[in-house]
Design a protein around this ligand. Structure first.
Ligand SMILES: C[S@@+](CC[C@H](N)C(=O)[O-])C[C@H]1O[C@@H](n2cnc3c(N)ncnc32)[C@H](O)[C@@H]1O
Ligand SMILES: CC(C)=CCC/C(C)=C/COP(=O)(O)OP(=O)(O)O
Ligand SMILES: [Mg+2]
Length: 298
């Protein structure tokens, strides 16, 4: 009996992008479903302005001159453009804190959404940007946008748990969480960033966190958690988890005053989702803060 085997004996299944790793926990399965089904106009219509699709909030002063008269038939369109401008300004501030990034560097966007920040990072630094999200729909959307922009060789999103990424140890010059750290345990998160980052690399997060000076999460913070199925951490937890994982803060910036104008403008728009009151009230009563933390991997 001839037991020799030739290569034609095995039909190797062509790798398909359809391979979706199973979520690590039932919770992650719920979050994947949340983002697979998310299609809020407040996100899609803002992204339609220039093709940069964000799932984070804005910072900066509102340009009331650009908005013009509320009675003007073009006012709604101008308001959408202004909200989007403030959301892109937020990503610009995060990218600024990554420091000097070279064209040959690799960046990691942990919880990349529909990829708006990834595109901005590539356009800013000319480097490779790897993104991970639990949502296959978001990954496909981000990769389609990269193809449309002709940057698919540099910008790639995958369905992957940010706590267990396929990246090499020390591969990334910098990495970030833009409003995505409230879905995971921070010690697990920073252990993975610390592994993937080169020694001397930079980690940045912009996040909403509950204020330990307030004591415990306020009812507004609880409402935001319920609305997004997330679990907002305290500012103290960020500091402790970073310190335990070789991430030493270089800058900690309270962006709460800078994000309030975005929320107050958004609350006047037809795109409200009902969560605006919880953000505005929690920022004003001091129970919730919008914070940027930039840390060095030592
Ligand atoms: C609010 S969106 C932020 C998206 C993006 N950072 C932005 O600024 O547009 C949160 C993102 O975190 C992702 N996410 C949540 N938990 C995750 C996990 N364990 N692994 C990977 N991505 C995760 C979600 O899939 C989603 O893309
Ligand atoms: C600061 C905190 C706690 C954020 C929680 C994470 C989150 C859902 C951000 C915005 O996503 P989105 O842009 O899809 O939300 P929305 O539909 O409200 O614009
Ligand atoms: Mg949004």
């Amino acid at each position: 009996m001839d037991l020799s085997v030739t290569s034609t004996d095995f039909t190797v299944a062509a790798p398909t992008s359809a391979f979706i790793p199973a979520p690590a926990t039932p919770y992650q399965g719920d979050i994947a479903r949340y983002w697979d089904h998310e299609a809020r106009p407040v996100n899609l219509r803002l992204g339609d302005v220039d093709g940069l699709y964000h799932h984070h909030y804005g910072i900066g002063d509102v340009d009331h001159a650009a908005l013009g008269d509320t009675e003007d038939s073009a006012y709604e369109k101008k308001l959408i453009a202004e909200l989007h401008r403030l959301e892109s300004a937020q990503a610009d501030v995060l990218l600024h804190h990554l420091g000097s990034i070279g064209r040959d560097d690799t960046l990691v966007d942990a919880g990349c959404g529909r990829g708006g920040s990834m595109v901005m990072a590539h356009q800013r630094f000319g480097c490779k940007v790897e993104g991970v999200t639990l949502s296959a729909k978001q990954a496909d959307f981000a990769n389609q946008r990269a193809r449309e922009l002709g940057i698919e060789d540099s910008v790639r999103a995958r369905v992957c748990n940010m706590l267990n990424t396929p990246f090499e140890t020390g591969q990334a010059a910098a990495s970030w969480n833009n409003e995505s750290s409230m879905y995971v345990d921070l010690h697990d998160l920073f252990a993975e960033h610390s592994r993937v980052l080169a020694v001397g690399g930079r980690y940045v997060t912009i996040t909403g966190c509950w204020n330990p000076r307030y004591g415990q999460p306020s009812k507004w913070v609880s409402q935001i958690n319920a609305h997004f199925e997330c679990n907002i951490h305290s500012r103290r937890e960020y500091m402790r988890a970073m310190a335990d994982n070789r991430l030493v803060p270089q800058a900690v910036i309270d962006l709460t005053p800078e994000t309030l104008p975005y929320w107050e403008l958004r609350a006047t728009s037809s795109l409200v989702t009902g969560i605006e009151e919880a953000f505005i009230n929690s920022y004003k009563d001091g129970s919730f803060q919008y914070v940027l933390i930039a840390a060095d991997r030592v």
